[in-house]
Design a binder for this molecule. Structure first.
Ligand code: SF4
Length: 344
C-alpha cells in the first residue's frame, strides 16, 4: 500500500493484509472497519481503541479523504440542501427531505453529469468524475446527522437521485449500497434504498444479475421515443423497447416493481396522447408511477403543467399505481432536477 491509497477504498480483507504487512494483528482490521462504517470516523485520531503509535503508522501509510459540508440551505418546508466539498475541491449536492411519513436523503453519485437531460440543471454541468463509495456514504452519514439535529429523526429512506447517473458509476454505487445496508455498515434495509437511472438498459439487467435488492426507478418522462429523445438524449442509444425489456428482466429476477418517474411538463408530455403512451408502456411489466411536479430552472424554458391531477386520474382509471409527488425545497432550488452547485 502507498500513501496514495485511501483507507476507505479498502475492504476488510485488504485492511487485514495491510496490517499484516505492518506486523499488526488481524483483529485490528475489524476495529478499523467498524470505525469507518459504523461509527463514521473522519480521521485515524478518532479511533481511540487503537494505540497512538498504530494510529500514527496508519496516518503515514494511508490517505483518509472525507467530504465536508460546505454550505447548508434550509427551506421553509424543512428540506435542507447541502453542498459538500470533496478533498479535491469539487462540490456536489445532497438533500434532506423530511415529510410526516418518512425522512429521505437524496444523494449524488457523480460530480456533474454526462447525460444532458434538457429539463435538469445538473445536465448543464459537465461530468467531472465519479464519486467514490465513501463520498456517497459521507453524504448519507452527514444528512442523517442533520436529520437528527433539525428534525429529531433518523433517515429511513435513501434515493440515488441527486447529481449524476448512478449506473455510470456502477462499482462505487454498489459498494456504497453495501456499506449502507450491511450489518458491518449502517445496517439499513435495501428496501429503503432506491437507485434511479435515466435508463442504461444493460446496466439495469446487470443490477438484476448481481442480486441487488434495492428499489429501482427509471426516469422516464416520456413514453414516446421521439419525444423522449428530444428531452433525454440517452434515449437514442437506450430506447423504450430496450428499457421495457430490461425492466421486465429486472422484475422477473428480483420480484421488485420498478418505479417510473414522470415529471409532467407543460406542452411537452402532459396531454391526453402522452397519457395513452404512458399507459401502454407502464403495462409492459408490473410497475408503479410517480408523477412529479416540474420545477422550472433558469437554464431551460419549461413550465409545470396544470394537468397534474387530471393526468394522475387518467392513469388511475387504467388501474395503474400512481403517486403524485409535489415538490419540496423549491424555494432553495433543492427539488428534483434543480441541483446545479449554486451553493458552491
Ligand atoms: S436527470 Fe439525472 S441523468 Fe439526467 S442530466 Fe440530470 S442528473 Fe444527469
Amino acid at each position: 500500500m502507498s500513501k496514495t491509497t485511501d483507507i476507505r477504498d479498502l475492504d476488510v480483507l485488504q485492511i487485514t493484509e495491510a496490517l499484516k504487512a505492518m506486523g499488526e494483528p488481524s483483529f485490528r482490521a475489524k476495529q478499523i472497519h467498524q470505525w469507518l462504517w459504523q461509527k463514521g470516523a473522519r480521521s485515524f485520531d478518532e479511533m481511540t481503541n487503537l494505540s497512538k503509535p498504530l494510529r500514527e503508522k496508519l496516518a503515514e501509510a494511508f490517505t483518509f479523504h472525507v467530504a465536508k459540508i460546505h454550505t447548508a440551505q434550509h427551506s421553509k418546508d424543512g428540506t435542507i440542501k447541502v453542498a459538500f466539498e470533496l478533498h479535491d475541491g469539487n462540490k456536489i449536492e445532497g438533500v434532506l427531505i423530511p415529510t410526516s411519513s418518512r425522512t429521505t436523503a437524496c444523494v449524488s453519485s457523480q460530480v456533474g453529469c454526462s447525460l444532458d437531460c434538457k429539463f435538469c440543471a445538473t445536465g448543464y454541468l459537465k461530468r467531472m468524475r465519479n464519486l467514490s463509495a465513501a463520498e456517497i456514504f459521507d453524504q448519507v452519514w452527514m444528512i442523517n446527522e442533520l436529520a437528527e439535529e433539525h428534525h429529531g429523526k433518523r433517515l429511513d429512506n435513501i434515493v440515488y437521485m441527486g447529481m449524476g447517473e448512478p449506473l455510470l458509476n456502477y462499482v462505487n454505487v454498489l459498494r456504497s449500497v453495501q456499506l449502507i445496508t450491511s450489518p458491518e455498515g449502517l445496517g439499513m434495509s435495501p428496501q429503503r434504498l432506491t437507485i434511479s437511472t435515466a435508463g442504461i438498459a444493460k446496466m439495469i439487467q446487470k443490477l438484476a444479475d448481481d442480486g441487488i435488492k434495492t428499489n429501482l426507478a427509471l426516469s422516464l418522462h416520456s413514453a414516446n421515443n421521439e419525444k423522449r429523445s428530444a428531452i433525454m438524449p440517452i434515449n437514442d442509444s437506450n430506447n423504450l423497447e430496450m428499457l421495457a425489456e430490461a425492466l421486465n428482466y429486472w422484475y422477473n429476477k428480483t420480484g421488485i416493481r420498478p418505479t417510473l418517474e414522470y415529471t409532467v411538463i407543460e406542452g411537452v408530455n402532459d396531454g391526453p396522447e402522452e397519457e395513452k403512451e404512458l399507459v401502454i408502456f407502464a403495462k409492459k411489466f408490473p410497475s408503479k408511477i410517480n408523477l412529479i411536479e416540474y420545477n422550472p430552472i433558469s437554464l431551460a424554458d419549461y413550465q409545470p403543467t396544470d394537468r397534474l391531477d387530471a393526468f394522475a386520474a387518467a392513469l388511475e382509471k387504467q388501474k395503474l399505481i400512481v403517486h403524485v409527488r409535489r415538490s419540496r425545497g423549491k424555494d432553495i432550488d433543492a427539488a428534483c432536477g434543480q441541483l446545479a452547485n449554486q451553493l458552491a
